[in-house]
Design a binder for this molecule. Structure first.
Ligand code: SAM
Length: 231
């Protein structure tokens, strides 16, 4: 796994030195996954490619250096924690609603000496209402359809910042459905970029949303309203 990570990081123009800590994280993930549900991906090389290198692929689309980054619905830490290992100057917040996942993230951060990473157990719409416009970049993978996800993530991003939504290549419909929500929340879809996960032939899609102006008061709404009546 380590050589695969080293090669993938090098291919992405990142330091291969992050491969060691990523391996320790991956082994902890697979060990804890035997007793709690953290990931459906269980082969080491698949974890390296589909979790770690997929996460690090985001560095090709935004400048993360020194940025305040929040990963919304991070689960077992993806994409936020591999990004922080690849770019140590990131000021990272990992946010998830599930206690056991956040406990796992705290354990990983302690094991890797990442004392400055904030691991928060909270629902995104609740956290966003109290931390409006406080991040330079919000990232999210596999959490919700884009019209819903935009309302969870965009209020957290400052004007001039960026929201990066990791999606499958079959997301045309949800992208069209999200146009209104993104605009109402102060954003604009700046770019839709397809990439291939390093070391695989698996295509993925990144939706790059620019935050143009502050999100109007009143958003995000309570989750029941977001889900029932997406913008
Ligand atoms: N982002 C990770 C990944 O790609 O491996 C985890 C994806 S997992 C399918 C979705 C995660 O989003 C779960 O851990 C869930 O608890 C979290 N989640 C869903 N809705 C949320 C919300 N409103 N606030 C915070 N976390 C949420």
């Amino acid at each position: 796994m380590e050589s695969l990570l080293r090669d993938g990081l090098t291919a992405l123009g990142l330091s291969p030195d992050a491969a060691g800590p990523m391996c320790r994280y991956a082994r902890l993930l697979l060990e804890r996954n035997r007793v709690m549900n953290l990931t459906a991906i269980t082969a080491e090389d698949d974890v390296a490619r589909l979790h770690f290198l997929d996460s690090c692929a985001l560095t090709a689309f935004a400048d993360f250096q020194g940025k305040r980054v929040i990963d919304v619905g991070t689960g077992a830490g993806f994409p936020g924690l591999p990004l922080r290992l690849a770019e140590p100057s990131i000021k990272l917040t990992l946010l998830d609603a599930q206690r056991k996942r956040v406990d796992f993230l705290r354990e990983v951060c302690a094991a890797l000496g990442l004392s400055d990473v904030d691991c928060i157990q909270e629902r995104a719409e609740v956290y966003a209402a109290a931390h409006r416009e406080q991040f330079d970049i919000a990232v999210s993978r596999a959490v919700a359809a884009l019209p819903v996800l935009a309302e969870l993530c965009l209020p957290l991003v400052r004007a001039g910042g960026t929201f990066l939504a990791m999606k499958s290549v079959n997301c045309d419909e949800e992208l069209s459905a999200a146009a209104k929500a993104v605009g109402v929340l102060g954003g604009r879809v700046a770019r839709v970029s397809d990439y291939v996960i390093p070391g695989t032939d698996i295509p993925r899609r990144l939706i790059v949303v620019e935050k143009r102006c502050a999100t109007p008061p009143g958003y995000p709404r309570a989750f029941g309203k977001i889900k029932k009546n997406p913008l």
